[in-house]
Design a protein around this ligand. Structure first.
Ligand code: SF4
Length: 369
């Protein structure tokens, strides 16, 4: 039995964890070796252990002399994330992990296995400051940003568990990463971009996951979308639009007051132009709120005008949070919505809703503690 945990939104604001190997790029790792009085070649050796062998415990890095293991354990491997519990559903094909960071902060990640891939949904912040009223995480506010290493280590840990057969379904390989857990990734911009670089670079600089299989989501921080477009990356951008009109979006996604729909779509077009990637538009379908046929038509028309064929809409049946007035739309309404978006020339599919029985909508597990 796990002892009851404090609610994540009861936690006071806390600072970043101490420096970890995964916070550093290649130059930073070599500089750290110099600081520690170790030869620079140790930097690559340690990084190959962490990224290549997915080993986060220096004591198990047996190609290093024992004294070096102790030195780097103290200097570059502070306690980062400890699993509080794993919860499985969908016959074990979905596993949600609640993590406790070194300072007690709670966060979560969700691993979903499919016949052809294994996708990990990761958190970029503990809590979220975007205050979307239909979202459990949004109700608690932002606790703190996660460090680059705290983001990367969610991925390393899941990749190691899959490789080692520690997840039901047998040994496998982590292939896809989506930044759709707790938090607004682009509000923690620098650390998220650094984490993306570590996730996609080949060892010894990173975990070697294909950029095409990495999705960064945002509620529409337009300037940050443009900045991301200029990073030289080609990850998929997912824009959580949730409605095509400013009047409703000002309420559903309060940051819309700052960057309205037209600005978000302009930035998305810039991203598509610069990266050549198709934009994913996320639309949480909420009964009687944003599921009207005219909204489907407006959505399809605006997206087609802004992005042509370089867009795909994912309709997400809302996962109602306990005690909330928000609910998922009935299936016939959902089908009609999809039909009307597609009639505007925009591909639209309903996302499968893995993990509903374990409260896998962002933030729910941490919020339940
Ligand atoms: S929906 Fe996403 S951006 Fe909005 S409050 Fe929830 S976690 Fe934050």
């Amino acid at each position: 039995m796990t002892a009851p945990l404090p609610l994540v939104f009861d936690a006071p604001r806390r600072g970043m964890p101490p420096r970890h190997l995964a916070d550093l790029d290649a130059d930073g790792r070599r500089a750290a070796m110099v600081e520690l009085g170790l030869p620079k070649f140790r930097a690559d050796q340690i990084a190959r252990q962490y990224y290549g062998r997915l080993q986060a415990d220096p004591a198990a890095m047996t190609d290093l002399p024992a004294a070096v293991r102790d030195t780097i354990a103290g200097a570059l491997f502070p306690p980062l994330l400890t699993p509080v519990r794993h919860i499985a559903c969908d016959s074990g094909e979905t596993r949600k992990t609640l993590w406790r960071a070194g300072d007690g902060t709670l966060l979560e990640s969700v691993l979903m296995r499919y016949p052809d891939r294994a996708t990990l949904c990761i958190s970029s912040q503990a809590g979220c400051g975007m205050a979307c009223p239909f979202c459990a995480t949004g109700q608690g506010g932002l606790n703190r940003n996660l460090s680059t290493a705290e983001i990367v280590d969610q991925v390393r840990a899941a990749a190691a568990d899959l490789r080692d057969g520690a997840v039901p379904g047998g040994a496998g390989r982590l292939s896809n990463i989506v930044f759709m857990g707790m938090g607004e990734p682009l509000a923690n911009y620098k650390r998220v971009v650094n984490a993306v670089r570590r996730i996609v670079s080949p060892a010894p600089d990173g975990l070697g996951i294909s950029q095409r299989n990495v999705v960064v989501s945002t509620v529409g921080l337009a300037p940050a979308i443009r900045k991301l477009a200029d990073e030289g990356l080609s990850v998929t951008l997912a824009v959580s639009l949730h409605t095509p009109d400013d009047e409703l979006r000002d309420t559903l996604v309060p940051v819309n007051n700052r960057w309205p729909v037209a600005e978000v779509l302009d930035a998305a077009r810039y991203y598509a132009d610069k990266t050549g990637r198709r934009i994913s538009v996320e639309y949480a379908l909420i009964r009687d709120i944003n599921d009207h046929p005219w909204r489907a038509e407006m959505l399809g028309a605006k997206l087609h005008k802004a992005l042509g064929s370089r867009v795909h809409v994912n309709v997400i049946p809302l996962n109602p949070t306990p005690g909330s007035k928000w609910d998922a739309s009935p299936k016939p309404v959902e089908r009609e919505f999809v039909r009307r978006v597609e009639a505007q020339g925009v591909p639209c599919t309903v996302r499968d809703t893995r993990g509903q029985e374990i409260a896998a909508a962002c933030g729910q597990l941490a919020a339940e503690g």
